[in-house]
Design a protein. Structure first.
Length: 201
C-alpha cells in the first residue's frame, strides 16, 4: 500500500517525468524540494492513515479491546456488508481481466508469481527456523499461509490508487490457479513428514 501511495503521489503513469538530482515530483510535476518533498510525504502519510483498511483495522482493535458488542440490527448490517465485499472485489477484478486478456499481461508477472508462491514460503520457513524453536504447528501454519495465492485486497488497493490494476488482477488469477499445485505440494510435504518442523535442529 505504501508503494502504491508513493507511485500515485509521484504521478506514476505509463510515462512519467524523471526528476533530476535534488528535484522531486509532485502531482506529476517537478518541484524544487528534496526528491520527496515535505508536502508529498505528508500526503503519503495522510493517504495511508485514512485508508479504509487501516481505519477498519484500528476500529476493530478498539472495539475488541473495549469489549464492544454492536446491537443485533447493526451486527446484521455489518455481516451483510462483509459478505458482499469479496464478491464485489472479484467482480471488479473479473471486469479488469476481461478488458485486458492474459496474452497481454506484462512481463512483471514472470517474477511476481514465483516470488509469491515459491520464494515467500521458503523464506518464511527459513526465517522461522532461524528466529527460534517454534512449535511445528505454527511453522506449518505460517508456511501454508505464505504459500496461498495473492489476496483480492491487492487489487482493491491498486484500484483505489489507480496503479497496477491489470497486473494485480492478473497476479491474483495466475497465483490462484497455480496455487492448486503448490499448496498441494506443501500439504503433501507436511503430511508425509518430508518437511521438518525445524529446518535447523
Amino acid at each position: 500500500m505504501l508503494a502504491m501511495t508513493i507511485m500515485r503521489k509521484r504521478g506514476y503513469h505509463e510515462t512519467w517525468p524523471v526528476p533530476d538530482a535534488g528535484h522531486g515530483v509532485q502531482n506529476g510535476e517537478f518541484c524544487d524540494d528534496a526528491p520527496l518533498c515535505a508536502r508529498c510525504r505528508c500526503g503519503i502519510v495522510h493517504k495511508i492513515v485514512t485508508h479504509p483498511f487501516i481505519i477498519a483495522t484500528a476500529a476493530g482493535f478498539v472495539a475488541a479491546f473495549a469489549g464492544f458488542e454492536p446491537p443485533a440490527p447493526l451486527q446484521r448490517l455489518i455481516d451483510y456488508l462483509a459478505q458482499a465485499a469479496a464478491p464485489c472485489a472479484l467482480f471488479a477484478m473479473g471486469v479488469t481481466l476481461a478488458l485486458r486478456p492474459l496474452k497481454r499481461v506484462p512481463v512483471e508477472i514472470g517474477y511476481i508469481v514465483p516470488a509469491k508462491l515459491l520464494l515467500l514460503p521458503v523464506t518464511m520457513y527459513l526465517v522461522l527456523g532461524l528466529a527460534g524453536n517454534f512449535d511445528p504447528v505454527w511453522v506449518y501454519t505460517a508456511v501454508l499461509l505464505a504459500a496461498l495465492p495473492t489476496a483480492t485486497n491487492v487489487f482493491i488497493i491498486g484500484q483505489q490508487y489507480g496503479v497496477w490494476q491489470e497486473r494485480a488482477s492478473a497476479t491474483i488469477l495466475i497465483t490462484t490457479v497455480l496455487s492448486v499445485a503448490t499448496v498441494t505440494i506443501v500439504l503433501y510435504l507436511i503430511k508425509s513428514g518430508l518437511l521438518p518442523g525445524d529446518p535447523f535442529p
